[in-house]
Design a protein around this ligand. Structure first.
Ligand SMILES: Cc1cc2nc3c(=O)[nH]c(=O)nc-3n(C[C@H](O)[C@H](O)[C@H](O)COP(=O)(O)O)c2cc1C
Length: 186
């Protein structure tokens, strides 16, 4: 399979997850192109890829600026080229996995949901099926916000994403590849 791995990351947590995905995908023998949209926000033909991963940190419930900006460019391109059709007909064999890293200090797991849904909508509008949504815990890095790491709804999240979180990402990546591979064979 041909796989795209997009991410935006302000403090490096989402980048860690993106690199785990890259390792797991390459280890399974698939071609993967990893793009940090903060460094390269070029428009991409998303239908060239069988599976896209897209991830961002959560900032006030939504993806961070790099991913929001990239999505805006992609949407402008899609509109200009009439790629968004009524009913958003499915493009067979094209999938996306959306994920975020988040701290959930106020409302816990619910705080990851708007960012996941927001990122998924771009792909769903293009007919690309949302195959999975992952939320990975990522602690606050700025000193003045670190008190949230021990006092929020998710309990003590200092040091996350940790080795166990990243192991889960590798395992879930393997599971998703297997699921999509068997779907495209059928
Ligand atoms: C300014 C700022 C705002 C944040 N806002 C939220 C938020 O609204 N909800 C949340 O769950 N996490 C929030 N976080 C935590 C980040 O989403 C989390 O640390 C994430 O792992 C950062 O990912 P990144 O380093 O890849 O950008 C915020 C962090 C910062 C620094």
């Amino acid at each position: 399979m041909n796989i795209l791995n997009l991410y935006g990351s302000l403090n490096g947590h989402t980048e860690k997850v993106a690199f785990e995905i890259e390792k797991a995908v390459a280890g399974a023998g698939h071609a993967i192109r990893t793009v940090n949209v903060k460094k390269d926000d070029s428009v991409i033909d998303l239908l060239e890829y069988d599976l896209t991963f897209i991830g961002s940190g959560v900032y006030t419930w939504l993806p961070g600026k790099p991913v929001l900006n990239w999505m805006e460019k992609q949407m402008a391109h899609a509109r200009k080229n009439d790629l968004i059709l009524p009913g958003s007909p499915r493009v067979p064999g094209k999938f996306v996995c959306v994920y975020c890293t988040y701290a959930g200090p106020h409302t816990g797991e619910a705080e990851a949901v708007p960012a996941l849904k927001y990122m998924g909508q771009l792909f769903d509008h293009l007919g690309i099926t949302v195959a999975d949504e992952w939320s990975v815990v990522g602690a606050f890095v700025p000193e003045k916000m670190r008190h949230f790491n021990a006092s929020g709804r998710l309990g003590n999240i200092e040091g996350r994403p940790n080795a166990e979180d990243l192991k889960q990402v590798r395992e879930k990546t393997g599971g998703l590849l297997e699921s999509i591979r068997s779907y495209s064979v059928v």
